[in-house]
Design a protein around this ligand. Structure first.
Ligand code: PMP
Length: 461
């Protein structure tokens, strides 16, 4: 018999890590092993993952935010089965496929002040398009970005990345300048130089989970427009319902000129992303028939991607996920604030909707400070990595460190998360905090082990 995926998976089960070590990025297996996060995942449903031992885990990493709808959502799965069964004529390229058109219509219906959609395959590609559109429309080269920004890792997106470690050795990149997040005076100064095409900004930064100060985005738009430059809001992580609104810029009275969308739009199945903008900007780029392909990519209008996007948008509406993200987010933050009063290491609880950050810092007690400070001096984020590891190994909750410049634990529960799962997380979290606060020797020894292996680095999202 010819190729059979089920047979292949059965006959090679358990070889994933070995194959990665040999053929893909070998550092991945090493890192996961060192921090004790290496499992063979065999099944997933909604917010849960199961390993090959049959143990169930709560997934609040959500694939760096891809699983806003949870995993293996039946409505998205059905739509994808329907595409396969229909044997559609996909990617003819000399065509105007219906499903891509419908996805454009569905996206524009959700952002009334924007008119046009460019479809692509990943967040970083959506950012590339946004940067190119802004540069072409304004005829200017420079893009401004915020400290600790993350917009992806392809060369254009990397130019506006706030993390130096990502950039080192890959230059020279596009002309770009960093300004502090939330600082209007710095924006005014930079924009006044006259060579600025746009500011690109995450309304809630993924790194460190920093929320834009109230009024910042509206004021930034004012400054940019006065200087003939554009505002790009990167909604790749915070968009599609994560903050309790469809897009995170909606918390501010602002109409960005361009937005980028990805992650949850995929329904957790097929890579799909979008750059949305106004007619005048889009029309300047695609200004004639000869420029029809001036910015494009082969897979951009494929039917599986468009079907996943359409199904994902419909699930957000049909299941009332915006309201749930807002309500459960408030519930989670309130529970965490109660914890903060009990545990000295918790310095701040912040975020919007179901994008939540817990910042840790040096406690008041001399005894505990004596343990925290050397750890934090070795490497920022190490304390958080210890919390991530303990939550995972002792309580089967998957989370992530959110920064390498401060100690922040990031929580990205699926948008349909329940009070019961918040209870699961909180009991695990409080147990870990209690164990650390009690200063029990094994947990700090574990942290020292991590430090010596020097592996506590934040994830890329
Ligand atoms: N922008 C933001 C705000 C992101 O969080 C990410 C991914 N974490 C990206 C862009 C890049 O998206 P992708 O990984 O799909 O290229």
């Amino acid at each position: 018999m010819g190729f059979d995926l089920a047979d292949l998976v059965k006959s090679r089960a358990g070889e994933g890590s070995q194959l990665w070590s040999r053929y893909l990025n070998p550092q991945t297996s090493k890192v996961l092993h060192s921090v004790g996060l290496d499992r063979q995942w065999v099944r997933a449903q909604g917010p849960y993952l199961w390993d090959d031992q049959g143990d169930r885990y709560l997934d609040w990493l959500a694939g760096f935010g891809v699983f806003g709808l949870g995993r293996n959502h039946p409505v998205v799965a059905r739509a994808l089965h329907q595409v396969l069964d229909a044997e559609l004529a996909d990617m003819v390229k000399m065509d105007t496929p219906l499903l891509a058109g419908l996805l454009g219509e569905a996206l524009v219906a959700r952002v009334p002040h924007l008119d046009r959609v460019y479809l692509c395959n990943s967040g970083t590609e959506a950012v590339e398009a946004a940067l190119k559109f802004a540069r072409y429309y304004t005829g200017r080269p420079r893009v401004l970005y915020c400290g600790h920004a993350y917009h992806g890792l392809t060369a254009g997106a990397l130019s506006v990345n706030g993390g130096k470690a990502f950039k080192a050795g890959f230059g020279p990149l596009l002309p770009a300048s960093e300004i502090p997040f939330g600082d209007i005076a710095a924006l005014e100064k930079a924009a006044a130089k006259g060579d600025v095409a746009a500011l690109i900004v995450e309304p809630v930064q993924g790194k460190g989970v920093q929320v834009a100060p109230p009024g910042y985005l509206a004021a930034a738009a004012g400054v940019l427009h006065a200087n003939k430059a554009l505002l790009i809001c990167d909604e790749v992580q915070a968009g599609m319902g994560r903050t309790g609104r469809m897009f995170s810029f909606e918390h501010d009275a602002v109409e960005p000129d361009i937005i980028t969308v990805a992650k949850t739009l995929s329904g957790g199945y097929v890579p799909v992303a979008a750059t949305m903008t106004r007619e005048d900007i889009f029309g300047s780029v695609y200004s004639s028939m000869t420029r029809v392909l001036v910015h494009d990519t082969t897979y951009s209008h494929n039917n599986m991607a468009a079907a996943a996007g359409l199904a994902a948008l419909s699930v957000i509406d049909d299941e009332g996920l915006l309201a749930n993200a807002a309500a459960r987010g408030d519930e989670l933050r309130r529970s965490l604030e109660r914890s903060a009063a009990r545990f000295d290491f918790i310095k701040d609880v912040r975020g919007r909707g179901l994008m939540v950050g817990i910042e840790f810092g040096a406690p008041g007690s001399l005894r505990l400070k004596g343990r925290y400070s050397p750890l934090s001096a070795l490497r920022k984020g190490l304390f958080t990595q210890m919390v991530v590891c303990r939550l995972f190994s002792e309580h089967r909750v998957l989370t992530q460190t959110a920064a390498d410049h401060m100690d922040v634990l990031k929580l990205l529960p699926p948008l349909a998360t329940t009070s019961e799962d918040i209870g699961w997380f909180m009991s695990g979290f409080e147990a870990v905090m209690g164990e650390i606060q009690a200063s029990s020797r094994p947990v700090w020894q574990f942290a020292k082990g991590l430090a010596s292996r020097s592996l506590a680095r934040s994830s890329h999202a």
